[in-house]
Write a protein that binds this ligand. Structure first.
Ligand SMILES: Nc1ncnc2c1ncn2[C@@H]1O[C@H](COP(=O)(O)OP(=O)(O)O)[C@@H](O)[C@H]1O
Ligand SMILES: N[C@@H](CCC(=O)OP(=O)(O)O)C(=O)O
Length: 376
């Protein structure tokens, strides 16, 4: 019988619809600052062959900031947001032009899709992005996705594209997610330390307890291995397996060779709306609960009522995502709140029956309904 790792590799390799994410470090010359045309062409050759054979590919490509370093004469990756945005503005054009030229040699056309974190936070934008991607795929186009770096502000940025790639994989219902970076696999410790061993398969998040995961090892990347493992977790929660390896191994990996690390999808997946709440939204505020309310939510799966809330922070409107915390500050859930932050303080600690009697029937509503609450 085929072992688990081989079966998972095969299901990613044979997926009809694949999301492939490539990091800045894989696309730029050593030292950064210039697009590595050879690496980009090698990647495109593998992806174009799949497309020509009838498969669908969404490419999530980083590298805009890195590709802008050289043309702007900067020498190294800028650290301030405004210069990063200027570099992304220059580099994104170069990046997509290079992809169009490379896919064009296979008779294929690319479409640029730039997303902000807000496009995933707001459910209406999220479904709109899905529609656009679906239409592009139906038309035989290869969508090239990146964060819209030129307008994203520091607070709401994805920053790295790993989480964005996992959200896109969920959005388009991909059969597999491929993360390409500058290291051939996940190791049980940062590879720079030496003596680290490859982890070929991750089946449960508990197995990661034995792995030391560090930040970026390159001058141009940003997330490091932490965000890649998180991305594999998000994709796994949507039932999607993830394969992580380096760009030169992508062809072999997609043919089922024993390279890289494969992450199994979770045994039980959440409903799409709850996955969106847990991973795609950014909390606009926090609600702190007393112990009774924590157990009502976690043990009895109840809605959150004003009586169990002890504190509110942040500035949010009714319908916004908020973090729901225990008294010690631990985030236990994310939910869509039914009241604006200004309305809540006078309701705290009071029963809905009292509130309805005093303020009218509208105040009988829960602060967060359980259908709009996901435990974390
Ligand atoms: N346990 C680990 N296994 C593999 N790589 C690790 C680990 N911990 C840290 N890293 C580092 O993560 C880096 C990849 O992340 P990053 O530089 O952000 O790449 P990208 O630009 O592809 O997103 C690797 O170069 C490696 O040095
Ligand atoms: N959107 C940015 C991604 C920044 C980045 O460094 O991402 P990654 O290489 O995936 O860690 C860009 O295109 O430069």
């Amino acid at each position: 019988m085929e072992d688990t790792a081989a079966g998972l590799r095969r299901s990613v390799g044979e997926a009809h619809r694949l999301v492939v994410k490539v990091g800045s470090s894989s696309l730029t010359s050593p030292g950064g600052g210039r697009l590595d045309e050879r690496a980009l062409t090698d990647l495109v050759d593998v992806l174009a062959a799949r497309r020509v054979a009838g498969g669908q590919v969404v490419l999530v490509s980083s590298g805009a900031i890195a590709a802008g370093i050289g043309p702007l004469g900067l020498g190294r990756r800028p650290t301030d947001l405004a210069t990063q945005q200027a570099a992304a503005s220059v580099g994104q054009g170069a990046l997509v032009a290079a992809y169009q030229a490379a896919f064009g040699r296979h008779g294929l056309t690319v479409g640029q899709v730039l997303l902000t974190a807000d496009d995933t936070t707001r459910r209406s934008h999220y479904t709109n992005a899905r529609r656009t991607l679906e239409r592009l795929l139906e038309l035989g186009i290869v969508p090239i996705v990146n964060e819209n770096d030129t307008v994203a502000t520091q607070e709401i940025r994805f920053g790295d594209n790993d989480r964005l790639a996992a959200l896109v994989a969920d959005l388009v219902g991909a059969g597999g997610l491929v993360l390409l970076t500058d290291v051939d696999a996940l190791y049980d410790g940062p590879p720079s330390r030496g003596g680290a061993r490859r982890v070929p398969l991750v089946t449960t998040s508990a197995e990661l307890d034995a792995v030391t995961i560090g930040g970026t090892g390159s001058a141009v990347g940003s997330g490091g291995m932490v965000t890649k493992v998180e991305a594999a977790g998000i994709a796994g929660g949507a039932g999607i397996p993830t394969l992580l390896t380096r760009l030169p191994d992508v062809g072999a990996a997609l043919s089922g060779a024993d390279v890289g690390t494969v992450f199994a999808p979770a045994a039980a997946t959440q409903a799409s709306r709850k996955r969106w709440l847990a991973h795609a939204t950014t909390a606009r505020g926090r609600l702190v609960l007393d112990d009774g309310a924590v157990s009502a939510l976690t043990d009895r799966r109840k809605s959150l009522l004003p009586a169990g809330i002890t504190a509110v922070s942040g500035s949010f409107a009714a319908g916004d995502p908020v973090d729901v915390c225990a008294a010690d500050g631990r985030v236990i859930a994310r939910g869509l709140v039914n009241y604006a932050s200004g309305e809540l303080p006078r309701l705290l600690g009071r029963s809905t029956r009292d509130l309805a009697r005093e303020l009218g029937p509208a105040y009988e509503r829960e602060v967060v309904h359980r259908d709009h609450l996901v435990l974390l």
